[in-house]
Design a protein around this ligand. Structure first.
Ligand SMILES: N[C@@H](CCC(=O)N[C@@H](CS)C(=O)NCC(=O)O)C(=O)O
Length: 265
């Protein structure tokens, strides 16, 4: 049995939901309202000491970290729609982009989401004091300090601009990756790291799944022109193809259980 602890619009949860959908796996949902601070409750942090979503429970094996969960699902169900190439260089490219999705994309998307999404939600529900009290309960010092700092000074325009510049830098690399032609790639077939159309070459992989929620978030944030065809034609084309996939549609249509949430997408 696969049980996923997740939040409807969390990018890291979307990654795992998309992987489950692409593989056609059944799973049980445990929605964790991170804007009601349910992820800081001891019952949850016992499972996930980092106090973040997602967490996967597979027959009592508890997994955290979305990229680790993606690879675990691939290890468990390798034949149920393969999402990882065999060829070592294509596989390493897939892993590089899993890493990029966390190191560069997730952190900066989080900064850019704060004013438009996160603060609006929390301010609608809780006073400043209540939010500070919740931050005090968070056992993960990185998350707690980030929340306390944001409650004290917010996210400035400069900080946002810096985060968008880092996302631009990553999207430039993605544009280049999707157009790269490796010498001698002919004949590598499905495993080869040829020119697209996917991030690790001709095969749709976990790397595409890991980047999909990040690009989706950039689109719903204030700067969708970052992925417009005129600016980055290959990324725009990739994004179009991602959105056409039934796995994307299933994963991203998970309903927000809170109808009063000011954030709709
Ligand atoms: N590296 C972790 C990051 C998880 C993470 O930061 N999740 C966010 C939602 S996308 C979260 O739970 N935030 C809760 C909080 O900041 O209180 C992963 O990939 O699973």
């Amino acid at each position: 049995m696969l049980r996923l602890y997740h939040y409807w619009s969390s990018v890291c949860s979307q990654k795992v939901r998309m992987c489950l959908a692409e593989k056609g796996l059944d799973w049980e949902s445990r929605h964790v309202d991170i804007f009601a601070f349910e992820n800081y409750e001891p019952a949850y942090t016992k499972l996930n000491p980092k106090a973040v979503v997602p967490t996967l429970d597979h027959d009592g094996n508890i997994l955290i970290e979305s990229n680790v969960i993606l690879e675990y699902l691939e290890d468990l169900f390798p034949d149920q729609v393969r999402l990882r190439p065999h060829e070592p260089f294509a596989r390493s490219t897939m892993r590089l982009w899993l890493y990029n999705s966390e190191e560069l994309a997730h952190w900066n998307v989080n900064v850019c989401s704060h004013n438009l999404r996160h603060a609006r939600r929390m301010d609608q529900r809780y006073s400043h004091e209540e939010q500070m009290a919740a931050a005090m309960k968070c056992p993960n010092p990185m998350i707690a300090l980030r929340l306390k700092r944001r409650l004290a000074v917010g996210v400035s325009v400069e900080e946002e601009d810096e985060a968008y510049a880092k996302l631009d830098y990553l999207l430039d690399q993605m544009e280049q990756r999707l157009g790269e032609q490796r010498l001698g790639e002919q004949g590598l077939g499905e495993q080869g790291l040829g020119q697209g159309p996917w991030i690790a070459g001709s095969m749709f992989t976990l790397a595409d799944i890991a980047m999909a929620p990040m690009v989706n978030r950039i689109e719903v944030l204030a700067r969708p022109e970052m992925i417009a065809p005129a600016r980055r034609p290959r990324v725009a084309d990739w994004w179009q193809r991602i959105q056409e996939r039934p796995g994307y549609r299933t994963a991203f249509s998970f309903k927000n259980p809170d109808s009063n949430d000011p954030v709709k997408r």
